[in-house]
Every structure is written in C-alpha cells, then in structure tokens.
Design a protein. Structure first.
Length: 80
C-alpha cells in the first residue's frame, strides 16, 4: 500500500433500484448532502455511472461493500 493512495468508488446504473433508494443510500453511506446526492443520482441514471467518493483503500473497500450489500452496483478502482 502506498501512503496517501486514493481509491474511487463508482456506482453504476441498474434497472431495479429507485431514485429514492439510491439518493437515500448516497446520503447514509457516502455522507452526501441532499443536493449532492440528488445530482449524483441523476448522473448515475443519465451517464450510467458516477464516482461517489474518493477514499483510502480500506475505506473504499468498506464503502463499496456497504453499497453492494444494499443492492447497488458498485466498484472501486485506483484513482489516477
């Protein structure tokens, strides 16, 4: 692990989660305020995916796992 290394968490669009659920999960899991959660949810829907946060590796893994357990399509990758 490289000190200061950052990892992005990305949520992908799907056909079964509602806007309201995605918005709620972004607020509770990622700590987004109402406006950011709304904007990010619209980006996920319109573009097919959105970066929902940038974290150290351990936090990125934990956040991705929480999102997956709540039914969202999430992935993490090294920030470049």
């Amino acid at each position: 692990m490289i000190p200061g290394e950052r990892w992005q968490v990305v949520v992908h669009n799907d056909d079964h989660n509602t806007f309201a659920l995605v918005h709620h999960v972004l607020r509770t899991v990622c700590g987004h305020d109402d406006a950011r959660a709304r904007t990010t949810t619209l980006e996920i829907h319109g573009s097919g995916k959105s970066v929902v946060g940038s974290y150290d590796r351990v936090s990125a893994e934990a956040t991705t796992l929480r999102l997956l357990r709540l039914g969202l399509r999430a992935a993490m990758g090294e920030q470049r």
